[in-house]
Design a protein around this ligand. Sequence first.
Ligand SMILES: Cc1cc2nc3c(=O)[nH]c(=O)nc-3n(C[C@H](O)[C@H](O)[C@H](O)COP(=O)(O)OP(=O)(O)OC[C@H]3O[C@@H](n4cnc5c(N)ncnc54)[C@H](O)[C@@H]3O)c2cc1C
Length: 483
Amino acid sequence: MAEYTTQLVVIAGGPAGLCAAVQAAENGAEVILIEKNAAVGGAANMGMGPLAIGTSYQKRQMYDITVEKALNMIMEYTHYNIDGRLVKRYFDQSAETIEWLEDMGVEFEGAYKYFTKSEPTWHIVKTDQGIGPRAASFMNKALFARAEELGVRFLLETAGRKILKDAEGKVCGVVAADKDGKEIEIACKAAIIATGGAGANPELIKAETGYTFNKDMFNFAIPGNVGDGIKMAWEAGVDHVPVRIEQAANFEGIDDLPMSVPNIMMQPNLLVNLHGKRVMDEEQMQNTTFLSNAASHQKHRVLFSIVDSSIVKYYMRNGVDEISMVRFNPDVSDFVDGVKMAQTNGNTGLFIADSLEELADLTGIDAENLVETVEEYNDFCDSTDEEFFKRKKYLRPLVKAPFYAAAIRPGGYGTVGGIRINENCEACDSEFEPIPGLYAAGADACNIYDDSYMFLLPGNSMGFAVNTGRIAGMEAADYIAED
Ligand SMILES: Cc1cc2nc3c(=O)[nH]c(=O)nc-3n(C[C@H](O)[C@H](O)[C@H](O)COP(=O)(O)OP(=O)(O)OC[C@H]3O[C@@H](n4cnc5c(N)ncnc54)[C@H](O)[C@@H]3O)c2cc1C
């Protein structure tokens, strides 16, 4: 068995683990980081940037977002069903974290909203190709380089398996396995768990949330995130708090479609369930967490976004109502060809029909109700939305064939939560007592949204990862120094 000795083992190299390793090394600790994959960055390599509050970007852009406002928002959103001290420490540190990242060469485009009603807390990382998905991989590269510069030792393709404790209950080692399954033991004084949650573990998702993977839950978690860290922590005596889905509505084949298709089908037009009934003010669709939750309360957990050809033409002439930073190109000119191409390529979630009855037949929506709903909705467009009070500017009648529909289902970026931590990111038992030398950060320990991800403060999960990573790194370095 290979053996190593160090002061701190960081288990995983996503943004939480990378920030933990860099911060601990900056604070004087000797660090080994073990990462299951051949490369670091985790799910954040697909994302765009972290939350921060009170940054120079927000000040320059004259945005009125403060820690006080954000804290009140999240506490009310979660009905105070979270640890306010942890959130306060995270939010308080978040602006300085942006400067800390900039000092190691990360650049930011600025502070952005995710959708109109959200706050501009999302700090999108600058890339060499403009704004777009995977921007945060540039942040991860800078963190990796800084960690190497500080002497952090990386063991890639090495998966953490078990936390070892001594007779006094203090962390004294980590058992891991290399890519051939050979066991490695690393003696240490402290360990930080940051394995990114269990988004790719259907059994754990079923047990913790009730959702059935790829049946009524379609998420885009990276394959290695199967809950290893959460299970290691529970086995080491850490309190089991609920694992939740970080909800984001799923639109079939979104990565393979021309952007024009989601650009139009995610606009706040008519949204109905299989009964042919509306379920919400469609303006709220922009909050993908709300949309995912709304879908999960309907028959077969599906909703259909519907437009007609006059709405499509309107968007082609005037542009869409709501722009998304994720779908960075708002162009819709190839919408019709895009839908047809997707269907030819086997997409089963997009529909074109020459009448509402035919659309009902293709989608399985109740035909009589659909026709009635559209008639009523069209009347609302001439007056006001008496059913769900959608604002007038989003009310566009569906009158002209062909009609287009897209199925929308519950989905998620992965899971959040599972490991109880306090505001120092110490992993705690069911008595809320820290397990000496054990810390957790990032998605594994992200218990701050109650049951639904808080997209109103966008960048919140990567923000939590980088900031709790730093907190865990600081606290672990202090613990090691005091020992
Ligand atoms: C498509 C997409 C876009 C996103 N965009 C954003 C965004 O713009 N802003 C935002 O706030 N959030 C975003 N998120 C969410 C964000 O990426 C995560 O919240 C964040 O990456 C969590 O960081 P983490 O370090 O906890 O976990 P991860 O980034 O998931 O990293 C976990 C790491 O743990 C490793 N690992 C797993 N098991 C082991 C083991 N046993 N031993 C060693 N290593 C292990 C994995 O290989 C991985 O590298 C996005 C997510 C996705 C999927």
